[in-house]
Ligand binder design. Structure first.
Ligand code: GLC
Length: 395
């Protein structure tokens, strides 16, 4: 009960109402706008507090959907809001010009399961269809049938070392070096007039494991949503797209029992051990035996991911591992959430419980911080960061 109250206090502190829309900022000082996957996390959190607020969060998120169906990763709403984080221009006026992991239908389905409000499904359905069609058509166009991202920030893991090789950056780098390269990509997107297939993809096009795994889970939710609405044609289409991505992942990403992100014309594997190797658990993509192996070999191994405070985003033995680096080692609650859900899916309940308890421990000791040192547990980054509220869906 106490926990629920704490989370509610946080969500209310971060709530904003603008032009008749209601949304939640990830952190008042550091991230004072609306972000795509954050709003999906927020909607999941709010579904434990007030379903109408959860719905409003998603309605505001789709209100800036582009004509081509894309949903931008940031909506500025109020550009005058002060921030202690460098303000980044992402290629457009009111929003950014790139997207983020598409957790939207997952959040919608979570809400629907609680009140079976078909009116809400109907209200948001066409926006969902347009978004997933955009992703599949604009991003999964080559023989792999995998979705590509055009900027590291589309993964939600802005500085992850998974992107060092495609960006041409060394394992040890400054935040400025990384940001400069990512912004250069935005300039290239503009020069390409946002044409992905023939232009943007020449500069950066990574088929990232978590983005594709999340899409697979989203398509499972779209299938359930389309069924609930009695739309048989869409059910068939989403089933087909889901199968395409799963078989693409198995064919192009899987090697020695692990899914690796791929990039470039020849779909080169990026064999860097990050939490991404566990992301397919979330969508049930590993076969049960494969899941056991990847967990045993990597998650439980003290050389790799089994650190004192669970779960580091990067394996301890990677040259890029940095206990304080942004997405380069620290624990992030959303990652724990994805892995927690994945472990439950494979009936590894004890381990899932351990992850949930570790997450709760970090939050109790440090409050709602953005990320945590995996060796000392110290909280870092933004304060009053909403992702910690996901604990409501873990305990
Ligand atoms: C940072 C994170 C990203 C998140 C954003 C807002 O950029 O890397 O995942 O969406 O902050 O919280």
């Amino acid at each position: 009960m106490e926990l629920k109250k704490e989370v509610l206090k946080l969500m209310l502190k971060n709530r904003r109402i603008n032009s008749g829309f209601q949304y939640t900022v990830p952190s008042p000082d550091t991230y004072p706008y609306q972000w795509l996957w954050d709003s999906c996390f927020n909607a999941i959190i709010l579904s434990f507090l007030n379903l109408e607020d959860a719905k409003k969060e998603l309605i505001s998120l789709i209100s800036f959907q582009f004509e081509n169906g894309m949903i931008p990763h940031i909506i500025y709403w109020d550009k005058g809001t002060p921030t202690d984080f460098p303000k980044i221009e992402w290629g457009k006026e009111d929003t950014s010009s790139i997207t983020q992991p598409p957790l939207l239908s997952y959040a919608v389905w979570k809400i629907y399961q609680k009140d079976e409000d078909k009116g809400f499904l109907k209200l948001i359905y066409q926006n969902l269809v347009r978004f997933y069609n955009f992703l599949f058509n604009d991003r999964a166009y080559d023989e792999t049938r995998l979705l590509g991202i055009v900027n590291p920030d589309e993964s939600g893991e802005d500085n992850s070392p998974r992107f060092d090789e495609p960006l041409g950056l060394p394992p040890k780098q400054t935040l400025e070096e990384s940001l400069e390269r990512r912004l250069q990509l935005v300039a290239e997107d503009l020069a390409c007039d946002f044409e992905t297939q023939t232009c943007i993809s020449n500069f950066f096009f990574v088929k990232d494991v978590p983005f594709n795994a999340i899409m697979v889970e989203d398509l499972s939710c779209m299938i359930k949503i389309a069924k609930a609405l009695g739309n048989k044609k869409d059910v068939k289409l989403f089933e087909w797209e889901r199968r395409q991505i799963i078989s693409g992942m198995r064919k192009w990403m899987l090697e020695e029992g692990v899914f690796w992100s791929v990039y470039g014309l020849h779909h080169k594997k990026i064999k860097l051990k990050s939490w991404a190797i566990f992301a397919p658990l979330f969508a049930g993509i590993y076969a049960p035996k494969e899941a056991e192996k990847v967990v045993e070999r990597y998650l439980l191994n003290k050389k790799f991911f089994n650190t004192r405070f669970l779960i580091p985003t990067i394996s301890k033995d990677e040259p890029s591992f940095d206990t304080k680096g942004f997405w380069r080692g620290p624990v992030w609650i959303a990652v724990n959430y994805f892995i927690f859900k994945g472990l439950l899916r494979y009936k590894m309940d004890d381990l899932a419980k351990q992850v949930a308890q570790a997450t709760l421990g970090l939050l109790k000791k440090n409050g709602f911080r953005e990320y945590f040192n995996p060796l000392t547990g110290r909280g870092m980054g933004a304060k009053d960061f909403t992702w910690g509220g996901l604990i409501l869906d873990m305990v």
